[in-house]
Design a protein around this ligand. Structure first.
Ligand code: MN
Length: 423
């Protein structure tokens, strides 16, 4: 499969700095607005946003299936109804329009009127998320958590290497980068010999995750196989699955996470298409024991995405606390989607499926404070001399991600969320 937009030799006539996450080979989709321009579809290129409806009005998107109403909608769901091939053709067209050697260079001045600097626009949640599922697909994370909370000798439960374990999360509290959250309150039991108490969570944590967003799936009662899965995946965002560890510990048996997780999950604003990530494919880990046939897959299904997490204190000093990589995942997206639908469960356009915390084998690659500080026993020192076991009021958590190969950097920007004191 050759995707012409991905050609590493392409250069845009729009200036793109060397360390930009948004070269012409990326072209991620989001929703932006600015004064006089209602929320609508934008594509990031360098430090600019392309207004697709403006390109459409000037006839640059002719012969593509997208209508004006698709491109001026406040969420991408209507556009996404056109499916995978339509987006592939659209990305190829946009790449041609902005390529310094493309077929449209003589119309530059017309095209320039569709550009806005990213500094001048507001970003919005890119999709209406119908359902949100959170997987648990990093073997290092599952092993660390199992070691801390259950039994170091049997850290993984017997099903873990047979099933991409997941739970159904809550979509109403998925928020965009930049939106602040309040420290959640709830019921905890800090002392095993005393009754439970109510109050602000004292162990607020992040989880470094990536999420994929689906196109319309099959009707209820049908399954999506591992080989079909990519036709149903639009793209990916950075995902912070906020977690209140003290609430989680008291509530999670027997049905799993509830109020410890559903108060907020933050995402980055630009959806990087699966097509743009294609050049960064890498083999997955050996899966032993052998998986059941419906979970078998062919080809390289992991993706080499460098990930980092930083904590920024209220005073503005920033400390990187984690460097991980999405290629560490034990279960890949194809397997996750095949498993999710194997019983006939229908996925819909705009559903979000998060990976689970992405930890590597080295402690510097652990994707949550729970693991980084090993339940608070190994605090992290901040540049200002203070310590962190978990996340303090006034802290912001920043996650960043990018792929790099053959001189091309395709990135996700960042998801940044500040924590305010409990109400
Ligand atoms: Mn999670």
């Amino acid at each position: 499969m050759t995707i012409s937009a991905n050609d590493p030799s392409r250069k845009s006539w729009v200036n793109v700095t060397e360390n930009s996450d948004f070269p012409i080979q990326n072209l991620p989709f989001g929703i932006f607005s600015k004064e006089g321009i209602s929320p609508r579809t934008g594509v990031a290129l360098g430090d600019q946003v392309i207004d697709l409806s403006a390109l459409h009005s000037n006839g640059f998107l002719n012969e593509l299936p997208f209508g004006k109403e698709d491109l001026t909608s406040a969420v991408l769901n209507d556009m996404m109804k056109h499916g995978k091939q339509a987006f592939r053709d659209l990305r190829d067209r946009i790449a041609d329009i902005f390529d310094a050697n493309g077929n449209y260079v003589d119309r530059k001045s017309e095209i320039e009127s569709s550009l806005h600097s990213q500094d001048s626009v507001a970003m919005h949640l890119p999709v209406h998320v119908g359902d949100y599922t959170d997987f648990y697909s990093s073997i290092e994370h599952a092993t660390n958590v199992g070691t801390m909370f259950r039994d170091p000798n049997n850290a993984l439960l017997p099903n873990w290497k047979h099933i991409p374990v997941a739970y159904h999360g809550r979509s109403s509290s998925i928020i965009l980068s930049g939106e602040e959250i309040r420290r959640p309150k709830g019921q905890t039991r800090p002392n095993d010999n005393e009754p439970p108490v109510y109050g602000p969570s004292r162990l607020l944590d992040f989880e470094l995750e990536m999420a994929f967003i689906t196109f319309e799936g099959k009707p209820l009662g049908n399954s999506i196989s591992t080989s079909e899965a990519e036709d149903y995946i639009f793209g990916m965002v950075l995902f912070n699955d906020w977690s209140a560890r003290d609430i989680q510990k008291w509530e999670y048996v027997p049905l799993g996470p509830f109020l410890a997780k559903n108060f907020a999950s933050s995402i980055s604003p630009w959806i990087v298409t699966l097509d743009a990530l294609e050049p960064f494919r890498t083999p997955g880990p050996d899966q032993d024991p052998k998986v059941l046939p419906y979970l078998e897959y062919k080809g390289e299904k992991n993706i080499d995405i460098n990930l980092e997490v930083a904590i920024e204190s209220a005073a503005g000093s920033e400390k990187t606390v984690c460097n991980s990589n999405y290629k560490n995942m034990y279960w890949n997206m194809n397997q996750q989607l095949a498993h999710h639908t194997v019983n006939g469960c229908n996925v819909r356009c705009g559903d979000m499926m998060a990976s689970g915390t992405i930890s590597g084998s080295d402690p510097s690659s652990y994707g949550s404070m729970l693991e980084i500080t090993w339940r608070g026993t190994k605090p992290v020192s901040m540049p200002d001399g203070t310590e962190r076991k978990f996340i303090n009021d006034g802290d912001s958590v920043i996650m960043r991600g990018h792929c790099k190969k053959s001189g091309v950097r395709v990135g996700f920007g960042e998801v940044k969320t500040k924590v305010l004191p409990a109400e």
